[in-house]
Design a binder for this molecule. Structure first.
Ligand SMILES: [Zn+2]
Length: 176
């Protein structure tokens, strides 16, 4: 392990430990590092990309006339992205339910759940539930009245777990 001062492709000079069995191996690794941008620039690029995606989600939400989200300047664009992603996943749930003879009632639940999700305008709630599935959101966000109405209309007030699982897999496979 030796200290090198790496001049990255972004022109930033960063002192770095370089591991290697011998000098030529370390020199080779140092050369590889010089081809890359530094970690700080990498983090900044990632953030710019994320901010761009979040801003696009906000614009798309306005265009679709979805309700405005409330929260801090930081929370709102992030939550807009999370909401857009959730609603895209819900479309896949509809697709899976439509093709699932065992759980046709899952499809009837999609429209009311979509309406319930769109009524969630607190950015923080979307951020808190970003890794949770629709049933968790239903449990936390839907009122007892709402769920009673869903049971009357669709016969269920949460999605069959198998439908959510299949939809998740399909959605992630498409995202790759
Ligand atoms: Zn840099």
């Amino acid at each position: 392990m030796t200290w090198y001062t790496i001049t990255h492709s972004c022109t930033h000079e960063v002192p770095q430990h370089v591991h290697g069995d011998n000098r030529s191996q370390r020199d080779w690794k140092a050369k590889q590092l010089e081809q890359q941008i530094c970690n700080a620039c990498f983090a900044r690029d990632q953030k710019t990309e994320r901010d761009g995606a979040n801003a696009a989600a906000l614009a798309a939400a306005d265009a679709a006339e979805w309700p405005a989200l409330t929260g801090t300047e930081k929370q709102v664009p992030w939550a807009a992205s999370l909401r857009a992603r959730a609603l895209a996943l819900l479309d896949v749930v509809a697709e899976v339910a439509a093709g699932n003879p065992h759980h046709p009632e899952g499809g009837e639940l999609v429209a009311p759940v979509r309406e319930m999700l769109l009524s969630q305008t607190t950015a923080q709630s979307w951020i808190t539930f970003r890794d949770k599935n629709f049933n968790a959101m239903i449990t936390a966000w839907a009122t007892p009245d709402e769920r009673g109405r869903w049971r009357d209309q669709a016969g269920i007030d949460r999605f069959p777990d198998s439908v959510l699982r299949v939809a998740n897999n399909r959605f992630f496979a498409r995202e790759q």
